[in-house]
Design a protein around this ligand. Structure first.
Ligand code: ADP
Length: 291
């Protein structure tokens, strides 16, 4: 399976350019789309999900023209949007049954089976009679995945699914995503670096509507070998470090500040070489892109 996005551009009527000639190839497996808030991720997700038009460019999925053959794409698409409203009084099982009807699962017996399996898969079976209004954030997101999986999609889009989840809910949601299978394309849009490092074999970093990096997280981390340097400093030194070096991150560490900076050449002055991680990669590309 292959999703090919070519030269996609979108400017909203208020003049904001959300996508700027963006191209991306995505193959089977879990793909992480990583970028800060406002990078254009949701715009891209909604465009692939046929919910909004682009000004220019094309998207193809296994020979289908996504922007033109919307009806065909919707048959093989599962979408978990960033914000989705649910009737708080509806019960999980009833609502899922309703969504399954909308997706065209008309046979009663088959639909019962589909709904049951999805509730089991998303660990919601014991909550099936509960009102959706009583669900926690994590349960809501798992319910969102259950509805997105109706009809066995070949392309599953999940937009910022872990924002607002507590750590244990996040782990549960990650486990669920990783169990869905490697035989479909899953696009996970997120601003959380750990979502990508824990789940995705391929990724892109986007900012200001363009792709800054596209490849494997592990290779990207390798490419930063001996280029990340760290030092514990006094908070008051931070401004001068920012002026002098390419700052990646600064974090409080037992009351002191640990800075990580990027440099192609070895640094002295108290800096030591650090093991690179995906966060370093992310901030390196974002700051280079904005320079
Ligand atoms: P992300 O999902 O990465 O946070 P978005 O695609 O939501 O990014 O937004 C990209 C940019 O487009 C932002 O500057 C945002 O404010 C703007 N934007 C998004 N949707 C609209 C809209 N419907 N009308 C006008 N501007 C929008």
């Amino acid at each position: 399976m292959f999703l090919e996005i070519k030269n996609l551009s979108k400017t909203y009527s208020n003049g904001v350019q959300a996508l700027n000639n963006l191209s991306l190839d995505i193959s089977t497996g879990m793909f992480g789309l990583l970028g800060p808030n406002g990078a254009g991720k949701s715009t891209l997700m909604r465009t692939i999900a046929t919910l909004q038009e682009a000004d220019q460019g094309s998207i193809h999925f296994d020979g289908l023209d996504v922007l033109k053959e919307k009806h065909e794409i919707r048959k093989i698409l599962g979408y978990l949007p960033q914000d989705f409203g649910l009737d708080p009084k509806a019960k999980a099982e009833e609502m899922l049954d309703f969504f399954a009807v909308l997706k065209g699962v008309v046979d009663n017996k088959q639909r019962k089976e589909v709904v049951r399996n999805l509730l089991v898969q998303t660990n919601l079976y014991e909550h099936r009679k509960k009102n959706l209004g009583t669900f926690s954030g994590g349960m809501r997101q798992r319910f969102g995945i259950a509805q997105a999986l109706i009809g066995n999609p070949k392309l599953l889009i999940v937009d910022e699914p872990t924002a607002g989840l507590d750590p244990s809910e996040r782990v549960r949601f990650h486990n669920l995503l990783s169990e869905i299978g490697e035989n479909i394309i899953i696009i996970l849009s997120t601003h959380i670096v750990d979502d990508v490092s824990e789940l995705c074999t391929k990724m892109a970093i986007v900012d200001q509507g363009t792709v800054l990096f596209n490849g494997e997280p592990a290779k990207a981390i390798d490419s930063m070998h001996e280029k990340v340097w760290k030092k514990i400093i006094d908070k008051k030194e931070l401004e001068s470090v920012k002026k002098q070096y390419k700052l990646l991150t600064s974090k409080l560490f037992t009351g002191k500040t640990e800075v990580r900076v990027y440099s192609d050449t070895p640094l002295d002055n108290g800096f030591i070489c650090a093991e690179p991680n995906l966060e370093d990669v992310y901030f390196h590309y974002i700051s280079s892109g904005r320079e």
